[in-house]
Design a protein around this ligand. Structure first.
Ligand code: URA
Length: 219
């Protein structure tokens, strides 16, 4: 139960007691989901995300990293969450992983970074670049789902385990599923390795390259 609901219930019990009640019939109070209204256009959505305080990540962030790129992109890349550079610049994938992602977009897909849309599952940097908790990711998920709906890409590239898992709900690891072409909403979703992983595991680059050739073929 949310803290607020517990407090409200306690307050109610104190009031009953002050009226002389000694017995209170337990009733179920359905936990209320925090109300968030999700705007239906990108500008309003961005404003709403920039003012989001739904999870604890808001306390540590320097900036919200909403996402950027072509609003009519055919390809959308979805990462995990901002790192230190992204947090400072309020832009996704601008650190070392971003340099590699940009090279992949330009050299393998023969596109410009501005041609695609890039966003993350969580919009605020998790401290020490840890993996977002399920609570953080699920709180933020309506935002990425709305971004997908508004952009309506042909292809979604899920970068790494966290992105793939929270988009699809599938628990299988990226080494198992990378390169599979899946139906996702109105798009094809292709999971592949996260660029940060590729920087640490050079040997997976050839697999990631094959995954990107599939993206290119679908374009
Ligand atoms: N890693 C991510 O998942 N996203 C970014 O924006 C940067 C690094």
């Amino acid at each position: 139960m949310l803290k607020l609901e517990t407090l409200k219930m306690l307050q109610e019990l104190y009031i009953y007691r002050s009226f002389g009640f000694t017995y209170y019939k337990k009733r179920d109070i359905a936990p209320q989901k925090p109300h968030i209204s999700i705007p239906n256009n990108m500008n309003e959505l961005k404003k709403s995300v920039l003012g989001c305080f739904l999870c604890d990540l808001c306390k540590m962030r320097k900036n919200v990293v909403f996402g950027e790129g072509n609003l009519h992109a055919k390809v959308m890349f979805i990462g995990e969450g901002p790192g230190a550079y992204e947090d400072i610049q309020a832009r996704p994938f601008v650190g070392n992983a971003g340099v590699l992602l940009t090279k992949i977009i330009e050299n393998v897909l023969n596109l410009k970074r501005d041609d695609v849309y890039i966003a993350n599952i969580v919009k605020c940097r998790p401290p020490e670049n840890r993996v977002p908790t399920p609570k953080e990711a699920n709180m933020c998920k309506p935002y990425i789902l709305k971004q997908i709906e508004l952009i309506s890409p042909h292809i979604i590239v899920a970068l790494g385990n966290t992105s793939y898992h929270y988009l699809t709900g599938d628990e299988r690891g990226i080494t198992k599923v990378h390169g599979e072409i899946m139906e996702y909403k109105n798009a094809k979703l292709i999971p592949t390795f996260h660029p940060s992983y590729l920087l640490r595991n050079e040997s997976s680059k050839k697999d990631a390259y094959q995954d990107m050739l599939k993206v290119k073929a679908l374009l």
